[in-house]
Design a protein around this ligand. Structure first.
Ligand code: GDP
Length: 354
């Protein structure tokens, strides 16, 4: 009886494994099929390529790298825009309205997100496409919810690679959204051409949770909800922020950040923001800064990738993970200096590698 049960379990698990493998194989295309599908702008293939890039399976990652390497010459031809602002500032409504404005010009738009909270509550920020109902049904728009990831920063790499896939698929404008509470803005700033900060009128900076560092990164600030009774307050805020920005040192691009007002509900001020983006793009291309910054960003991401891979290898190595908690406890109790503890863990790691 026991034997029969064991055999049954074996057979069942064999069957399931076979099923899984077949499923996996069925869901993976050849490198050339991914490449030609993406280049043809086939959304289904694009989505599958993004899923591949987001996968944590080693075989998928190798395939994704090949696909990306082949697509790389076809990337770079978009305007990459980072959009940030604290929850409640009106980000989704703005992206919906401004995104629709952009597609109304005949431009293909991709909306991606870096969402540091997605690990805890998946889809809280970008997952629900219903947040952008109109855009989600717009044939010129492509919305991709943010991937969940590990704590070491792998998510931002995946968003950047997704952006490259979208460019290869012919998307001309890319929005990358963050939540604006200071965790991912630097990463987004490092992958976009233009960084747009959304702010509310009548709420202090502290209240808005916006750190000075984020304001310093902004190429433009848009005061949102400039409609109805809020219009005057928005105009006042615009002057105040413009004055505040003058106090910051001039950016190396030579661009002085602008402050605008807009209403996503009334669809006002969106054209001004678009004009500003185009002005920025033109000026920066003329000065050579546009290309210079992208080169710098490429280099930066290579170093980020090295940092990420080293950290991941280190923390997932058996020689480290088995010791880590014990060494942490020793350091907490001040029984060993942090530097010495780090060195001992690194030594254990190198030993484990040899
Ligand atoms: P998010 O959390 O930053 O994504 O903000 P939402 O887009 O969800 O908007 C938060 C609230 O502000 C919602 O109740 C929106 O209806 C409101 N809101 C967004 N944009 C505007 C606007 O342009 N004008 C006004 N009056 N309200 C807005």
């Amino acid at each position: 009886m026991v034997n029969i049960q064991i055999n049954f379990h074996r057979a069942a698990s064999k069957f399931l494994n076979f099923g899984r493998m077949a499923y996996r194989r069925k869901n993976r295309l050849s490198v050339d099929a991914y490449v030609s599908g993406v280049l043809a702008g086939d959304r289904m293939v694009l989505s599958r390529a993004v899923t591949l890039v987001e996968s944590t399976l080693v075989a998928d990652q190798a395939l994704a790298e090949e696909v990306l390497a082949k697509l790389l010459p076809h990337t770079g031809h978009s305007l990459r825009i980072g959009i940030t602002g604290v929850p409640g500032v009106g980000k989704s409504t703005f992206i919906e309205s401004f995104g629709s404005f952009v597609t109304s010009l005949g431009k293909k738009l991709a909306v991606l997100a870096i969402d540091p909270t997605s690990q805890r509550s998946r889809g809280s920020i970008m997952g629900d496409k219903t947040r952008m109902e109109k855009l989600a049904h717009d044939p010129l728009a492509y919305i991709r919810p943010s991937p969940s990831g590990d704590a070491l920063g792998g998510v931002t790499h995946k968003t950047r690679e997704t952006m490259l896939l979208c460019e290869a698929a012919g998307f001309e404008v890319i929005f990358i959204e963050t939540v604006g509470v200071g965790q991912s803005e630097t990463a987004v700033h490092g992958m976009v051409d233009f960084f747009l900060l959304l702010m509310l009128a009548g709420a202090g900076d502290e209240l808005q949770g916006i750190k000075k560092g984020i304001m310093e990164m902004a190429d433009a600030i848009a005061i949102t909800k400039a409609d109805g009774e809020n219009k005057d307050a928005a105009k006042r805020a615009r002057r105040e922020y413009q004055n505040a920005l003058h106090l910051f040192p001039l950016a190396s691009s030579g661009w002085s950040p602008k402050v605008l007002t807009c209403s996503a509900l009334d669809e006002e001020g969106l054209d001004d923001i678009w004009e500003l983006l185009l002005e920025y793009q033109q000026k920066m291309k003329e000065s050579g800064y546009f290309g210079h910054r992208r080169k710098e960003q490429n280099r930066h991401w290579m170093h980020e990738a090295i940092r990420y891979m080293l950290m991941r290898d280190f923390y997932t190595a058996d020689s480290v993970s088995g010791r880590l908690a014990g060494v942490e406890a020793v350091v907490e109790r001040n029984e060993m200096p942090a530097m010495m503890a780090a060195k001992s863990l690194l030594a254990a790691y190198h030993e484990g590698q040899s």
